[in-house]
Ligand binder design. Structure first.
Ligand code: ADP
Ligand code: 5GP
Length: 203
């Protein structure tokens, strides 16, 4: 029986997902990150096993064949996936499991866990500001930034599939907004809660 809850944060690369999620992980005692596996190269400030589990493309494909992923997608030319075992463990322990996945990943996870999942889409006030932030972050080359800006428009098309939408103009405000949304996961009437209540009410 799953006791945990899920918060999915999606949005264009550079929209502020990591900044907001790191805040939630620091502020919410019960929150854990669903650490994705990726074939992308590790960035300077990233830590293997903390930000992602970094593997080669060949290793990733082997994990797909072994059916280790609940979902996986190719994003910006790299493979990213959410491991089944890590998700099941976190939910079993009643955690608030936070995902940073693309919009297709969101749809897959929501399909698996509709009764415990809340979704939020984050973006910047404009495309130019997104570009500015990606340049300033200094982690991507020109080609990668171009690809991420093109994909940003595709991601925006899925906006109406989300429960909530936050424009990250001021980071402190965006953190507070997503914090409030994260708290709403506690009010989802999950299947396990419903069964437990019915058992009590039926006595
Ligand atoms: P994502 O995880 O969505 O790719 P990040 O959290 O890495 O995005 O944010 C992209 C960059 O923008 C980072 O350098 C971050 O420090 C910066 N940033 C985030 N929010 C704001 C904001 N409101 N104003 C200015 N810079 C921001
Ligand atoms: P980045 O390379 O900037 O860390 O992430 C690129 C994109 O991959 C982001 O949109 C992020 O949300 C997405 N992503 C990261 N992990 C996963 C995952 O496990 N599954 C899916 N579907 N997308 C992911």
């Amino acid at each position: 029986m799953n006791r945990g809850r899920i918060l999915i944060v999606s949005g264009p690369s550079g929209s502020g997902k990591s900044s907001v999620i790191n805040y939630l992980l620091a502020e919410l005692e019960n929150a854990v990150l669903s650490v994705s596996t990726t074939s992308r190269k590790i960035r300077d400030r990233e830590i293997d096993g903390v930000d992602y589990n970094f593997v080669t493309r060949e290793e990733f494909i082997k994990l797909i064949k072994e059916d280790k992923f609940l979902e996986y997608e190719e994003v910006h030319g790299n493979l990213y996936g959410s491991r089944r075992d890590l998700i099941e463990d976190a939910l079993e322990f009643g955690k608030l499991l936070i995902f940073d996945v693309d919009t297709r990943g969101m749809a897959s996870i929501k399909k698996f866990f509709p009764d415990v999942t809340v979704t939020v889409f984050i973006t910047t006030p404009s495309r130019d500001i997104l570009e500015e932030r990606l340049i300033k972050r200094g982690t991507e080359n020109k080609d990668s930034i171009k690809k991420r800006l093109v994909n940003a428009v595709e991601e925006m098309k899925a906006l109406s599939n989300f429960d909530y939408f936050v424009v990250n103009d001021n980071l402190e405000k965006a953190k507070a907004d997503v914090f409030q949304i994260a708290k709403l996961t506690e009010y989802k009437p999950s299947k396990s809660l419903t069964s437990a209540l019915i058992e009590i009410w039926a006595l």
